[in-house]
Design a protein. Sequence first.
Length: 233
Amino acid sequence: MKHLQLNESTVGEIVANDFRASSVFKNVGIDFCCGGKQTLSEACHEKGINPEDIASELEKLEQEQISPALNFKDWEPGFLCDYIANTHHKYVIKSLPDLVFYTEKIASVHGEHHPELIEVASLFKKLNEELTQHLKNEEEVLFPSIKEVVSTGSLKAKEVIISEITRMLGEHEFAGGAMDEINRITKGYLVPDDGCNTYHAAFKLLQQFEDDLHIHVHLENNILFPKALELAN
């Protein structure tokens, strides 16, 4: 892909076409999930990065064969729904209670000297409430509607898809923004010298959670939702 074409492509499109590009963007702090609608040029300008440098890194990927297992864009919508539910939803559901406990624990123990931890605990508590209901709605309402449209072309299911995706995009913005803020106020999950083992464990889990959330939201915002809206319109 030529540099000009890359610069005009959105970040989400680039990762949807080759998931390996996600590691390039992650290394320079470019948001490819909630911020996936930005062009590469816009995203680089916002970060103060030379887009030609990133374009060169992305073009190197084309010299290597992509694994079919990572070609999410070619997956059928129903299969992609099941993959997201069985991989990312299960991970979130398993991780949320632990992270609520850990963030509240380190806030209570270290909050006097590190008041940002109190904000981290508050943000994650809100994120827990939001994501718990969000995942439930996806698995009980949106995903079955997508499969129904594929199977029968139901007009009612098409209406559900359009209304649900509109709302869920906003909920993704909240979740992504909350994790971005947690990353910012913890200076990229940097544990201070007086941090205990629980402090280290909490920050490691938060970082893993954020990494998974970026992939999770990317698969929905940039691949599944466009496929579903195409079926519904």
